[in-house]
Design a protein around this ligand. Sequence first.
Ligand SMILES: [Zn+2]
Length: 424
Amino acid sequence: MKNYKIINGVILSFRDDALVTEKKTLYIREGKISFSPFTDSEQYETVDAGHMLVMPGLINMHTHAYMTMMRNYADDVPFQEWLFNRVMPVEDNLPVEAAYWTSMLGFLEMITTGTTCFVDMHMYHRQSALAAKEAGIRAYIGRGLVGEDLFGDGYSRYKQALEEMEEFRSDTMDFILSPHAIYTCSEKLLGQTAEAAREKGMLKQIHLSESVTEVEDCLKNHGKTPVAYLYDMGFLDEKTILAHCVQMRENDMELIRESGASVVTNVASNAKLGNGIAPLCQMKDLGINVCIGTDGAASNNTLNMFREMGLLSLMHKAYARDCLAIPSDYIVKAAVLHASRALKNPAIGNIEEGSAADLVFVDLNAPSLFPNNNIVSSLCYSANGSEVDSVMINGTFVMRKHELLTIDRERVYYEIGKIVNNHL
Ligand SMILES: [Zn+2]
């Protein structure tokens, strides 16, 4: 593995929860960040990061990378119709191998816009993991689980999830148990998943309280909100990641805070599907660990975290009618530091001695960011992702000066074209 000395860059890091930007030299040794210079006997390449911001890679905490082929395929359609009549039939008919390419297109978009790590929920055995390994992107892979019984009708999916973990777990890939939602999983399956997660020391994720229909159905069927339903069955804990949490009722947020679970907000997806706006200000004030996700490309319709950060900040200021509602430094922390906390992985999400070298080089000379009056707020209010010049993951460049080094863009487009022609 190559070592790098990164000079002349402005480094963005978190120190005692505060954002710091400073000129500093980084030494990348065996994939890890260090501040101690190389000795005479060490080999390295010098990287001039002049006029670059070097920041920890963005972490997309909730997505379905394989859904890229459905980008703009079912827009302006009501949520239930979108999910059950448009998205699911395509998923059901897609050949498994196609998901390798549709995931790869997702990684291409993520890397070019500064995402170095993502949490996936997929439907196709091995394909996301295979593609992520090839792309060199850090991944938390989750097989979507549905049905009545984890060891009955859901068993093949659960077995596949464990097989996938066995085959692919590495320095840059981990696995997360992923029951889809309370309306596609029985109470029994949810309880079994929670038990399996505890037994195996694994993280788990679920879509929760995304729509009014979900909440009303749960109140009708169980006499409680989706959050209370999961809380009462002991599903929620600090290794649980809750995607959406838009429709919060009663004391839902207090239950989430008490359990230590993290929330992933997906502002563009929630807005586009007409599901509403999550009460982010209240979650922030309660001290809930809030992270950011894009959701899939069929509901957003991009996997660009810079776009998500900008929207999140602006929409909550507008919603709260308060320009101080969500400051930009909170958004940057949510996109990086909060994510590493939710993933229980302190090796990512910061630039400090010993961290994994997941670095994004942002061109501060880009017209959209110049004249750099406030670098942190520019990441929320000005950046659109095109300013990402280079990306390093675990000490290896996957994009350098806009050139992709692990993904063949032409091949991906060719394969996606075939999939769209045959299956959409
Ligand atoms: Zn989702």
